[in-house]
Design a protein around this ligand. Structure first.
Ligand code: FAE
Length: 524
């Protein structure tokens, strides 16, 4: 039955994304959603369930067609054109091992992982139907209530914690690892070692829920199903096991028969329609090399920006800068942050092996958030290199207060991000306070060969872009864009730069809350 359900949901989605039904110039639609990540998927489900015909435009692929190896996504250690968005070389966050560069030449293609470069930071994002859910580690963390109330004081936290966080977690398919299996499997030796060294140094660790199906993972360990997490798959996509949005929210929305997804189309312009109300949406159709092979213009009564923190902010700042949507509030493009992200690796003692075989799915965090001098929630990250490395790797989420703005550059026509690498120094200082203590207690040192040749901190990239169109500042308290009735924002750009934990549960629950209000008040 489970296999049947999975096959059915992917065929629903294939139907929803069928090129036969792609948008065509001259179409007029009730609602157009830009992007199919968390915000877009929630909007699509709640609109279609309300009986509203809904169109998503997504710049990436619909990941349902296997390559010549029979797999949809390529292996992490043998990347090909499916891995990286429009580059002829991979662009991994961990660029080196023992100082040796590990990025590989590949054929350029519309791959699933994008590393978008700005002057001071590269921003990793998922490309395709499902957005970031295709490439992320699946860590599904509800933020600490006190901190959520601090960052979004205009949002009723009772409603969030009683209704919308539980609703989001249920629809995302969040589950927990069996602690007994965690304690025994060789695939989580890396996490047990990091837990042991953290706790011996005075830091608490906590299990973190995930959308990867832990029953499936156990079967991978038992050798009864094809391995995905246990074969190191994650940032170039999981061929099994992970409940990405195409298996959950989007499959459910497609099953209503009211959703159409137009893939490999990038929205370039949203302007008030010249007649009949609504908005004209222009888009470039692209091929697998990123070449523009067509342009289309459609009209939508309502447009929901769900292109992610970067995608939405870039579009809106560009429309304001070009005078196409001149009345957008001044707060559009402001309040961007990197969720305090900084990465670091430690070299363990020879008796603290981390295991040649590692699950790609993180399940533990070091929780030092309550310490005002070093507020850090550090995900214990795998390094599935296929060999024993003795490395403990961490993605630290810190309370870095630094923020940046998106700015329209009239000479290039591009949108720049003002973030400077030096703005990550507060994050380094907070993380250093934690990991210096662990190193001192364990008699260990940092690895300096992972993020460059002699570089300790992975401080120049981000997995968790947030903000740029902050709720109740650039929008009203539910994502309506002030000044333009019928335009909405529904993604990570609403979250003011930091949420203290991995962000997709926050983004999903906030979208659930906002869509409940919008469907009730604006669409009936
Ligand atoms: P997102 O999921 O990025 O979706 C935006 C969509 O819009 C994408 O599909 C784009 O291709 C599309 N798009 C953009 N511009 C356009 C345009 N102009 N026209 C048409 N389409 C467009 O946005 N978070 C966690 O909570 N737990 C984790 O374990 C975790 N691990 C991560 C690991 C990696 C490697 C990465 C990159 C991210 C990770 N994240 C994790 C972050 C998480 O995936 C991210 O916060 C969400 O995906 C953001 O959701 P949004 O809906 O804002």
């Amino acid at each position: 039955m489970a296999v049947g359900a999975a096959a059915l949901s992917s065929s629903w989605l294939a139907a929803a994304a069928s090129p036969r039904r792609a948008l065509a110039t001259g179409d007029r639609v009730p609602v157009l959603i830009i992007g199919s990540g968390y915000g877009g998927a929630v909007a699509a489900l709640r609109l279609t369930q309300a009986g509203i015909t809904t169109n998503i435009v997504e710049m990436g692929q619909n990941w349902t067609t296997p390559g010549s190896d029979g797999k949809i996504f390529c292996p992490i250690l043998k990347p090909d054109q499916r891995s990286t968005w429009l580059r002829d070389k991979t662009d991994l966050p961990l660029s080196n091992i023992m100082g040796i560069p590990i990025n590989q030449n590949i054929t350029k293609g519309a791959g699933v992982l994008d590393a978008e470069h700005f002057a001071g930071i590269r921003v990793y994002q998922g490309r395709g139907v499902g957005g970031g859910s295709l490439v992320n580690g699946g860590m599904a963390v509800t933020p600490k209530r006190g901190y959520f109330e601090e960052i979004l004081p205009s949002v009723d936290s009772n409603e969030m914690y009683n209704t919308f966080f539980p609703k989001a977690n249920a629809a995302l398919g969040v589950n927990n690892i069996d602690p007994a299996w965690f304690s025994s499997t060789k695939y989580y030796q890396f996490a047990r070692t990091a837990k042991k060294t953290a706790e011996a140094s005075g830091f608490a660790t906590t299990f973190v829920p995930n959308v990867y199906d832990f029953n499936y993972m156990k079967q991978e360990d038992a050798g009864t199903v094809t391995q995905s997490a246990l074969a190191g798959e994650v940032i170039y996509g999981n061929n099994a096991g992970k409940k990405s949005l195409d298996k959950t929210y989007l499959a459910q929305a497609a099953a209503t028969g009211k959703l159409t997804i137009t893939t490999m189309h990038q929205v370039t312009k949203v302007a008030p329609a010249s007649s009949g109300g609504g908005y004209t949406v222009e888009m470039n159709q692209i091929d697998g090399q990123g070449n523009v092979v067509g342009t289309k213009s459609v009209t939508a009564d309502k447009v929901i920006f769900a292109a992610g923190s970067v995608g939405t902010s870039k579009l809106l700042v560009s429309m304001k800068g070009q005078g196409i949507l001149p009345n957008l509030p001044g707060e559009v493009g402001q309040g961007w942050g990197n969720n305090g992200n900084v990465m670091v690796g430690r070299a363990n003692q020879a008796w603290d092996a981390t295991g040649a075989k590692q699950s790609s799915i993180p399940v533990l965090g070091i929780d030092n958030w309550a310490d005002p001098t070093a507020p850090v929630f550090a995900e214990i990250a795998p390094m599935p290199a296929g060999i024993e490395t003795f490395v403990s790797l961490y993605l630290a989420i810190t309370k870095n207060p630094e923020r940046a703005n998106f700015l329209f550059n009239s000479s290039t026509g591009n949108v720049d991000l003002s973030w400077k690498t030096s703005q990550n120094q507060p994050a380094i200082d907070m993380a250093k306070a934690v990991f210096d203590k662990i190193n001192k207690k364990q008699g260990t040192i940092y690895r300096t060969d992972l993020f460059g040749t002699v570089k300790t901190w992975g401080d120049d990239f981000v997995y968790h872009p947030l903000g740029g169109c902050v709720l109740n500042k650039a929008t009203d308290n539910y994502g309506r864009l002030n000044g333009y009735p019928g335009l909405y924002v529904m993604d990570g750009s609403l979250v003011p730069g930091n949420t203290g934990v991995n962000p997709f549960v926050t983004i999903t629950a906030l979208a659930e809350r906002n869509m409940a209000n919008i469907v009730a008040n604006d669409l009936h």
